[in-house]
Design a protein around this ligand. Structure first.
Ligand code: JEE
Length: 244
């Protein structure tokens, strides 16, 4: 898979060279290129922003550099998917991560200021698939942090990136998981600062361990994300429990 990221802060994406995603890049599973949007400006000051039509605070990113960047990165006839990060975007979720993991080419546009001129998305959509995406209901200063999140979320789903693909199947939010949050996990020592590992996990009885883990996952999901519970697991009564 080829991933292109365009930003005025390309160094912000340096962490992608670390850890699992970095290994996937080194082994060629992912071909990552990070570009400086200012390389597509032509004035002495390498200007990428201007004042908003209609007034309002802040500046808006000019369409010309973005248009030229996309012309170069996505030649006519190329099958590519453009993600534009924006607080008003489609909520990013595991389903979209799985879709992106199957794409041959993804271009990620990281805006700054008050956003990118709306005509960039409109024009790009005449020749490629465009998704305006948000990673959550809070406001960031730009799209780079969101790009890091999204790239990690879909890269780890690419076959060969994660050492043990079985672990993907059990995760929260994964498409083939029943949408429960993960159960709590423990490792050695069995006793730590007066806190014991639940006995059942030391029993070696796999049936009981599986049942206990499912119960804990349902309990946690009911408490923290009841909307994810299948109807059969929902209860109406208010559960008064310590927030953990
Ligand atoms: N993904 C993601 C994000 C982003 C994100 C993504 C990309 C950019 C590019 C610029 N910014 C800054 C910015 C801040 C506030 C606003 C609101 N507007 C309201 C109307 O008046 C103008 C301003 C817009 C742009 C970005 C933020 N934030 N939160 C997410 N989950």
């Amino acid at each position: 898979m080829r991933v292109d990221v365009v930003s005025i802060f390309p160094d912000y994406l340096a962490p992608l060279r670390l850890s699992l995603v970095g290994k996937a890049i080194e082994t060629g599973l992912i071909d990552l290129a990070v570009h400086d949007l200012r390389d597509w400006t032509h004035d002495r000051h390498r200007t990428v922003d201007d004042t908003p039509y209609g007034g309002g605070a802040g500046m808006v990113m000019r369409p010309e550099p973005w248009g030229e960047a996309l012309d170069d990165l996505v030649p006519a006839g190329t099958d590519a998917r453009l993600l534009i990060m924006t607080p008003s975007g489609r909520p990013f979720d595991q389903r979209l991560a799985a879709e992106l993991a199957a794409e041959p080419r993804v271009i990620i546009a990281c805006g700054r200021y008050e956003g990118i001129d709306a005509r960039v998305a409109e024009h790009a959509a005449t020749r490629m698939r465009v998704d305006e995406v948000s990673i959550g209901d809070y406001v960031l200063n730009g799209g780079e942090a969101a790009a890091l999140v999204i790239i990690e979320a879909f890269a780890r789903l690419i076959p060969g990136v994660i050492g043990n693909p079985e672990s993907l199947a059990e995760e929260s939010h994964s498409a083939d998981h029943d949408q429960l949050l993960e159960y709590p996990v423990y490792t050695k020592p069995a006793a730590w600062r007066g806190l014991e590992v639940p006995e059942v996990l030391l029993s070696g009885h796999h049936g009981r361990i599986t049942a206990w883990r499912h119960e804990r996952a349902v309990e946690l999901t009911r408490r923290r994300r009841p909307e994810l519970l299948p109807d059969a697991e929902r209860t109406d009564e208010l559960e008064v429990r310590p927030a953990v």
